[in-house]
Design a protein around this ligand. Sequence first.
Ligand code: UD1
Length: 335
Amino acid sequence: MTCTLLTGGFGYIGSHTAAILAENKQKFIILDNFINCKRDVVARLETITNQNIRFYEVDVRETESLIKIINENKVSSVIHFAALKSVSDSLMRPLDYYEVNVKGTISLLQAMKCTGLKRFLFSSTAAVYGEPDFCPIDEKHKLNPLNPYAQTKIIIEKILEDISKADREWSIACLRYFNPIGAHNSGLIGDDPLSVENSNLMPEMIKVVTGSKNYLNVFGDDYETSDGTGVRDYIHIMDLSKAHVTALDYINKNNGINFFNIGTGEGVSVLELIKTFEKVSGLSIPIKISNRREGDCAVCFANPKKANDILKWKSNYDLYKMCNSAWEFVKSNKI
Ligand code: UD1
């Protein structure tokens, strides 16, 4: 039986992907250093999957440990989620981002090379496109990193391209995520990071709903969009996680390297998201229009056709269901 190693497997996207793998009866192990997830996610994931999760508290930069883990478990593929992921944080401490993201990935790839492992699924981001020249964005859109975080992801994509060129037996997919929101339907896991600074729109909205913030800052209402607020491609976490399972199947059958945009293809404004959340929760969310946030673009949404056609993957959740899922997570955890 094949075994997949999930680095950062207790994080937001990793844990939901693990839940789907378990549901499909696919074997996996997890490696995490618990730097940005709560420890009780282990027990929660065990409840969801009804199994003991085999995991290692190890940092991806520990190459020798990785080699041992890969050999011990006869790992046949890797999904690499482990990374630092805050744009604003990356502007303040760029070196840490290069250290953890780039050096960490090189360490993992070295361990794979030593053990003859050549199937690799990589967590990339729509941030690689920067301020888009056109929307919907396809994979041929030029890369334009606006911050160290995006830069680290591009450097890794380039390394992977070179590896693929040098050895055609490698099988690699880079998934460029748009904006994941929502939670697992058990209400046990969701977007629940340890670091609460500088967070994304949905977690910020949840802080208002749960009373830890008085109002939601809307960063700019003077963009050239229908209501003046920023437009993004919000995708449900289960749809995004399913894309990993489908891509894993694809790299198990096909060599070479591929890049896929993982989004719904629908642009949604900040105000639209807020209104939909108000509708599902029955609550009113106080907002304050503030200045544009540095580094934000007006509009960013995917053309997911390549993933639709090649991976035979498609998103299912609409905006209402996505907001409802986030709201259910709040209610079950009273966060
Ligand atoms: C951000 C990151 C991106 C990362 C993605 C997923 C930036 C510039 N980009 O995307 O690299 O891949 O998260 O983790 O940080 N907004 C508010 N008020 C808030 C928070 C956000 O109005 O309190 C607005 C933003 O201006 C934007 C939209 O909501 O228009 C979405 O923001 P956010 O959830 O932070 O995601 P992105 O900025 O698109």
